[in-house]
Design a protein around this ligand. Structure first.
Ligand SMILES: [Zn+2]
Length: 681
């Protein structure tokens, strides 16, 4: 074949791919134009088959002229839905493309130990100019590579990624991660949520700079599993979101059975998932502009731009901890962080994530917060500690004389089973022959557990406070922090107002001082009646402040979780609360704090994949639902029917995700035993 023919064939193939790409991404190019492109291609193909190569070449060049006029139209105002469709195209470069184009000598590490080989995550050392770097990324592969599950990492894959990062740390080599996943694979058998939580904590502790690039899909917890970076770059046709557009559409659709294209568009708009939004919210440091219709594997000119951004990111991280640093990637080990600079790196990381999330604060809370910050000054700390200790002592003495308080039972409480005045049937009646139980007796005498079979009914926050803390000892703080609607999400204001009205709280997280068996602790609880106890900006902030207070006052932290996950209506800001809370816990534990995590019914998704799984000890109640995703979502994704007890706490304990499953009447005594382990710090 003559070289000229080869060029025609190449041009033909490139043309076919371009047309299929335009059909795929749905960015509003008229169907007539695409038909015309198709027609010219078919004509050229026919001429080629008839050996009329010169004529074919001429038709092809007409084709490319038309293509040029089409792609040079104004695509500057693509809708979020259109960006979402571009981000999922299989013609976009994947991690392996970037690894080969941006770096030299990339060699993939397939698996670092038994059971960690997962083709959806690739990692390996490479060279960036004269420096070694570790590349970690989600790999979608081409569309026929089913084994990569479209970039959905297995829990083992996330473990592998973490091991690769820790290996990089051992050699003082910076980590560069490429994010491109619709979400992690929900394989409860291998503890996906718990492994994501551990990754969040461990990434914070990495002693090397970490720059991440969101190259396609930034799908919720799965993305975060390798993206607790110091500097985040995002391509402008990529998305970052707490839930997929179709998942978001299912929430806002009026008719849940028939999700329309309009629902999808509205969901994409409401979720604020574009790079511009992420930049505005302070989640992303740099947005890299792609070609107008999105980048494709063949756009070789694009890779140097990303490379430049990565180098800039590494320089920025290094500069932030090293004054007078002169950036030069041709100098070996240029981005290594010296031991003396590490505290600065950690503090920078903590502050960066601490700032993310929107909420309201009352004036009194603002003033208290400012006074709290004064505590950092050493002499104020030293002088005031005895004062606080005597306040605690005084409170404890006063408590001893107090009577048992009654449960909060007033008429205005919302209708929850725990407050009803009727008989209830135990779900196990059929197997265990349990008698019907009078609700007030069930919750006051038996702590909501069937006295016959031990089935645990769902409990509400007031009962938990009463059950776990010494009676009357719980003193709430930061009660003025309030959930708001940062994205202007449709219908969220009404939902929030309703939740605030029925619970008479400002957000789902309740934090305070308490005693447990006479030991002063900082305790947090979740009100599941407030938007299903989900984690939003206000909840994340309140939890972090509680952790900070425990750290400052050197008290153990006991957190009781009851939550449906991250709050969809707060989009990426809610998602980032997972990182924020996990980092707070990581700092607390590193400083020597004791954290006891209690998982009650239900502890799910984003909350389980972050602070709820990071306890020094994790306790759960019997038959509590503890899982990474809803059971229907899991069955649909893995195409397999799962057993009824798939997400029961006992099953999770069997897999190693929980330390103790404890009945309610033994819950407090178990926590008291564990509190004995606290050390002086
Ligand atoms: Zn029963």
């Amino acid at each position: 074949m003559a070289p000229n023919d080869k060029a025609v064939l190449y041009s033909m193939r490139e043309g076919r791919e371009l047309v299929s790409y335009l059909k795929d991404i749905e960015i509003g190019i008229p169907a007539d134009d695409i038909d015309e492109l198709d027609r010219r291609l078919n004509e050229a193909e026919k001429l080629l088959l008839d050996d009329k190569n010169t004529l074919a070449g001429a038709v092809l060049s007409e084709f490319h002229d038309l293509m040029d006029t089409i792609v040079q139209r104004d695509f500057s105002s693509l809708t979020p839905r259109q960006i979402d469709s571009i981000s999922r195209s299989d013609q976009r470069p994947t991690t392996l493309d970037y690894a080969r184009e941006l770096f030299d000598h990339f060699e993939e590490i397939k698996g670092l130990e038994a059971n960690t080989s997962d083709p959806a995550v690739v990692c390996g050392f490479a060279r960036l100019d004269r420096n070694d770097v570790m590349i970690v990324g989600h790999e979608k592969g081409s569309f026929h590579e089913d084994f990569r599950r479209g970039g959905s990492a297995l829990p083992q894959g996330n473990s592998k990624a973490m091991q690769a990062m820790q290996q990089a740390e051992r050699f003082g080599v910076p980590v560069i991660s490429f994010i491109d996943t619709p979400g992690s694979w929900p394989l409860e058998e291998c503890l996906p949520a718990q492994i994501i939580a551990r990754n969040l904590e461990q990434q914070y502790l990495l002693k090397v700079p970490h720059v991440s690039v969101v190259i396609g899909e930034g799908g919720s917890g799965g993305a975060l599993a390798i993206d607790v970076s110091d500097y985040r770059i995002m391509l402008d046709k990529a998305y970052y979101s707490v839930i997929s557009v179709s998942g978001g559409a299912a929430i806002i659709a009026r008719d849940k059975r028939h999700i329309t294209e309009d629902d999808m568009s509205r969901a994409a708009m409401n979720l604020h998932l574009t790079a511009a939004d992420a930049y505005r919210f302070g989640v992303v440091h740099k947005v890299v502009k792609e070609p107008a219709i999105g980048v494709r594997k063949s756009d070789k000119d694009f890779f140097p731009i990303v490379k430049e951004a990565v180098i800039e990111g590494l320089d920025r991280v290094k500069t932030s901890v090293t004054p007078f640093f002169i950036p030069d990637s041709n100098y070996k080990n240029t981005w290594q962080i010296k031991k003396i600079q590490l505290p600065l790196l950690f503090r920078r990381r903590y502050r960066m994530y601490r700032r993310i999330g929107w909420f309201h604060t009352s004036i009194s809370d603002k003033i208290k917060h400012v006074f709290g910050e004064l505590y950092r000054v050493k002499w104020i700390h030293v002088l005031s500690t005895p004062v606080w200790k005597s306040v605690d002592l005084f409170r404890r003495m006063k408590l001893k004389d107090m009577e048992e308080p009654l449960l909060l039972l007033d008429e205005e409480q919302p209708k929850q089973l725990t407050y009803e005045d009727r008989w209830v049937e135990c779900p196990n009646t059929e197997y265990h022959g349990c008698q019907d139980i009078w609700v007030p007796t069930l919750f006051e005498e038996y702590h909501g557990a069937c006295p016959n079979c031990g089935y645990h009914f769902r409990l509400t926050i007031d009962h938990y406070i009463d059950l776990i803390t010494d009676s009357g000892s719980f003193r709430e703080f930061n009660e003025g922090i309030e959930s708001i609607n940062p994205l202007g999400f449709d219908g969220y204001n009404e939902k929030l107002n309703k939740a605030k009205r029925i619970t008479r709280r400002k957000c789902a997280m309740i934090t305070g001082h308490a005693f447990i068996g006479g030991v002063p602790v900082v305790a947090t609880f979740t009100d599941v009646r407030f938007r299903a106890g989900t984690l939003g900006g206000a909840e994340g902030e309140k939890f972090c402040r509680a952790v900070k207070r425990a750290l400052r006052e050197k008290k153990p932290l006991v957190a009781v979780h009851q939550s449906g996950g991250a709050r969809i209506e707060e989009g990426i800001l809610a998602l980032m609360q997972m990182v924020k809370t996990s980092i707070a816990i990581a700092r607390f534990k590193k400083a020597g704090g004791l954290y006891i995590s209690v998982q009650t019914d239900p502890t799910m998704a984003g909350v389980l994949a972050s602070y709820a799984s990071l306890g020094d000890f994790t306790i759960a109640e019997p038959n509590a639902q503890v899982g990474f995703a809803g059971i229907h979502v899991i069955e649909q994704t893995v195409k397999q029917k799962k057993p009824k007890n798939y997400q029961h706490s006992d099953s999770v304990m069997g897999r190693g995700g929980i330390d103790y499953v404890v009945k309610r009447d033994e819950l407090k005594s178990t926590i008291m035993k564990l509190l004995e382990l606290r050390k002086k710090w």
